[in-house]
Design a binder for this molecule. Structure first.
Ligand code: UDP
Ligand code: MG
Length: 329
């Protein structure tokens, strides 16, 4: 029983009516059947029914046909095909908007998020007064040292600037209806699921896992896309880079004051004006700093532009199964 201020009086486990599993997929034709199979095995013992909602993020291979085949055999498997590749974050938004279960689980379709973890996550939600259960990476699996270092650097920077510690966070999360509805209230086009699900708050629990290797295919992320995601995550969650420009201004102001006093002193004490080198260095330095500042401002303006255009986050080409309407048309 839960009292008015949300405390658990006795530890009666919560119940749910249906679990919707949202899976963004991009060129995962070979992974779709084993994924559905593993989920079915993992959830065989669960009391409530589940559905799998694949979001085909404009795959160029036979991913959609694989989803169609599964749907024909088993109506629990449903699908949405986006009109092109909108990126994983937009595919996640499409999935969350169309999921209607009172528990929603988000996970990758390449079996790097082990389905065997699902019952453990549901159990964690049932036993504790939490709205979100996160799967946290105990280690990042077989990943290059370069990428690991970059990821670590990004999380440190994000934590400093945005105040959310996302180290080890993955996109595998179990959300209650309350948490999904809260997430859906964020209308921005510039999406970063991990950060946004931290921003909404709510009590949360976590379970740890080790990232296994991808079953088939290669990671769909290219270096450039990850860099863009990192920049958009930071600009979406922090305006500290803008303040950095002010800080640079202050440092340069002090510099200018010192140099100005020295120049005036030289002038009045009758010394010949020398220092062509100083002038060149100053011009270059000021030019570079101005450009740096403009780049940061430009980055924010481009985000404002993206938001103000008000375009939909994704467009749907086809649907399979009995889905709600969502915001995409
Ligand atoms: N994905 C997607 N759209 C994309 C890229 C990836 O929906 O543009 C899906 C992909 O099919 C997988 C999940 O997002 O289910 C994670 O992608 P990936 O395995 O490439 O990322 P990594 O595991 O390397 O972080
Ligand atoms: Mg993966």
């Amino acid at each position: 029983m839960i009292t008015l201020d949300g405390k658990f009086l006795d530890a009666a486990p919560k119940t749910y009516r249906r679990l919707d599993i949202v899976v963004p997929v991009f060129n995962e034709e070979a992974n779709i059947p084993p994924f559905a199979q593993t989920v079915a095995e993992a959830l065989a013992g669960c009391e409530a029914p589940y559905r799998i909602l694949f979001i085909d993020d404009g795959s160029a291979d036979a991913t959609w046909q694989a989803i169609q085949r599964l749907h024909d055999e088993d109506p629990k498997v449903m699908g949405i095909r986006l009109s092109r590749n909108f990126g994983k974050e937009s595919a996640i938004a499409a999935g969350l908007e169309h999921a209607s279960g009172d528990l929603v689980l988000l996970m990758d379709g390449d079996l790097q998020h082990p389905p065997t973890l699902i019952p453990e996550m549901i159990e964690a939600w049932r036993q504790q007064p939490v709205e979100i259960v996160e799967a946290v990476k105990a280690d990042r699996g077989v990943e290059g040292r370069f990428r690991r270092t970059l990821a670590r650097g990004f999380y440190a920077l994000f934590n400093r600037l945005a105040g959310f510690d996302l180290r080890g966070a993955s996109d595998m999360k179990l959300l209650s209806r309350k948490a999904v509805d809260a997430w859906l209230r964020m209308p921005e086009k510039n999406l970063f699921f991990r950060g946004m699900s931290a921003w909404i708050g709510f009590p949360r629990a976590s379970v740890t896992f080790t990232v296994p290797v991808r079953l088939h295919g290669a990671s769909g992320w290219r270096g450039g896309q990850l860099t863009r995601l990192a920049i958009s995550a930071i600009t979406a969650f922090s305006s500290a880079p803008l303040r950095l420009i002010a800080l640079t201004g202050v440092i340069f102001g002090l510099f200018a004051l010192a140099l100005g006093i020295q120049t005036l002193f030289n002038y009045f004490s009758g010394h010949a004006v020398s220092g062509f080198t100083t002038v060149i260095i100053l011009i270059l330095l000021i030019g570079a700093t101005l450009m740096f500042g403009l780049t940061i401002i430009g980055e924010y303006i481009s985000r404002i532009y993206e938001e103000i255009k008000g375009r939909p986050r994704y467009l749907i080409d086809q649907r399979l199964g009995d889905l709600g309407r969502g915001q995409g048309r």
